[in-house]
Ligand binder design. Sequence first.
Ligand code: ZN
Length: 151
Amino acid sequence: MAIRNIVKEGDPVLTKVSRPVTEFNERLWQLLDDMEQTLQKAGGVGLAAPQVGVLRRVFIMDIDGKHYEAVNPEIVDAKGIQEETEGCLSCPGKWGVTRRPRRVRLKAQDRNGKWYYLHGSDLLARCICHEKDHLDGVLFTEHVIRMVDEA
Ligand code: ZN
């Protein structure tokens, strides 16, 4: 495992649309393992592959002691609204209140290619939307309804 460099806002890689994963092999597992180590070191809740410079539809999350891996993710249902403060490891020092669905249903593949569904609410729903956006070249700043000064 290795810690990878986190790409920062302004790098064009963050504005590109990532390609689907077609091969579930050692290379993907290495990427997922490296991303986990990188996320742990950075102390965030989610990390998408483009944030480490890889334009593939992959993200991971570490929330409430649970580790999630999503390959080729799709949000298949969204309900309700939440407005909470959000940040991004690619935008250090920037915080803003975003409007996101309160609950989402995610369809994704695991590291072996097996499809699964995940229901997320509150922080998990917000994180799913945030990380999925990265795969479409969208940063949270596009969803911000008001910026927040760092405490
Ligand atoms: Zn982010």
